[in-house]
Ligand binder design. Structure first.
Ligand SMILES: [Zn+2]
Ligand SMILES: [Zn+2]
Length: 417
């Protein structure tokens, strides 16, 4: 078996791994680097591929896949949820960054036509290779991939072993492998205990609303917004709760796919009590009373969150609670570091309270360590999907503490197993 890394080495973005085994060539993910001008992974000729597998719908894993479907293109495998989410995200990506994207909606359609929906743990056969998708606990529909040929390899994709309100946590029993390719996003950071984080977050929301303020929670439309609605509902948050924009579309998708949701009753309860905002007039009305508004964009780069932020920024009793990692250079990052809001290039002073609660959907340092501890000594480990330092640090830790044969791979390099 040969593994070639076409992207996501020493960075988060452009996830792309080529596997040659059992007479087949299989591509795991083909993602972009999300930026004002998106970056693309190393080239691969679609005619040379026997299959493509998408671990999950985030654009850093799926955004370049339509490039492989200019012509007929290889067979594509993913969970039904990943495919439906991909369609929504790729359409949005084309709408917002179309000028920089070397494909059009037609290629997205071709891609979806070639797709086969697979269940978790359903065996997929490509020539002499058997492939299996396992729940990754990252976003609804997310998967890890097990490749079974002359050697056995596990690719984690993005994963979270911790149970959240929305997801059951990654399926992590597959330790009898020759190699594991693991994400390293938070190799250097410990996550706060989830229950304490939830409690602290809901207490702060209650405090602001009781004082007559509005809490804006900018959150990703895929998974995070619905997770926050579930957290508030589970913790008996009694005040006005609203959601808006693309988060509503994904909420509907999740309500229609109960098999991908850990606590479906909770999601349903959250959906019944939340106020769905649509249109300008309603947006204005929501701003007239105390309550919590959960909506995208998660880093305040556009979306309804940017609209609401402008309106509450100068209100001392209101608050903006960021609930995900903020990429440096985004409005969310400058809001935290400099307490200023930059919308449409204009800077506004911020009097509202700003706080950061990291509701991560990735394994933190502690979870990555206990995950790696479960493999047999001598197992080959490749650390990807983290900044260069995180990938190096995790590989070094695995070598020194678990006697694993770990390295942070380099771009374009092939490794023989
Ligand atoms: Zn992801
Ligand atoms: Zn990712």
């Amino acid at each position: 078996m040969e593994i070639t890394f076409l992207g996501s080495v020493g960075e988060v973005g452009k996830s792309a791994i080529l596997i040659k085994a059992g007479g087949a060539r299989i591509l795991l993910d083909y993602g972009i680097k999300p930026n004002d001008e998106p970056g693309f992974p190393a080239h691969v000729a679609p005619k040379d591929l026997d299959a493509v597998i998408i671990t999950h719908a985030h654009l850093d894993h799926s955004g370049a896949v339509p490039l492989l479907y200019m012509d007929e293109g290889p067979k594509l495998y993913a969970t039904s949820m990943s495919l439906e989410t991909c369609e929504i995200l790729l359409e949005d990506f084309l709408r917002l960054s179309g000028y920089y994207i070397p494909y059009e909606y037609l290629e997205v359609e071709y891609m979806l036509e070639r797709a086969k929906r697979v269940y978790y743990r359903e065996p997929i056969r490509v020539k002499d290779v058997e492939i299996e998708l396992l729940d990754a606990g990252h976003i609804p529909g997310s998967a890890q991939v097990v490749i079974n040929a002359d050697k056995r390899v596990l690719f984690t994709g993005d994963m979270n072993p911790i149970k959240t309100r929305l997801l059951s946590g990654a399926d992590t029993g597959q330790t009898d492998v020759d190699a594991v390719i693991t994400e390293s996003t938070y190799a250097k950071e410990m996550h706060e205990d989830r229950q304490e984080l939830e409690k602290r977050f809901v207490e702060e929301c209650n405090r602001v609303v009781k004082d007559g303020g509005i809490v804006l929670v900018p959150a990703f439309s895929v998974g995070r917004s619905q997770e926050i609605l579930c957290v508030l509902t589970a913790q008996n948050f009694k005040h006005s709760l609203s959601t808006d924009g693309m988060a509503v579309k994904l909420l509907d998708l999740y309500l229609n796919n109960r098999e991908f949701i850990a606590d479906y009753n909770l999601l349903e309860k959250a959906s019944r009590r939340v106020n769905i905002v649509s249109g300008k007039r309603e947006r204005k009305r929501v701003l007239e009373q105390p309550g919590v508004i959960v909506c995208p964009a998660g880093m305040l780069k556009g979306g309804p969150a940017a609209y609401y932020a402008q309106h509450i920024a100068e209100d001392e009793v209101s608050a903006i609670f960021l609930v995900s990692y903020q990429i440096p250079g985004t409005p969310g990052a400058s809001l935290i570091s400099e307490k200023k809001l930059i919308v449409n290039g204009k800077e506004r002073p911020v009097k509202a309270m700003v706080k950061h609660f990291l509701f991560s959907s990735h394994a933190g340092q502690k979870e990555l360590h206990s995950f790696l501890r479960s493999f047999n000594p001598g197992t080959k480990v490749f650390t990807v999907h983290g900044d260069a330092d995180s990938c190096e640090v995790l590989a070094k830790w695995a070598k020194e503490n678990c006697s694993l044969d770990a390295i942070a791979p380099s771009l374009g390099m092939s490794y023989e197993l």
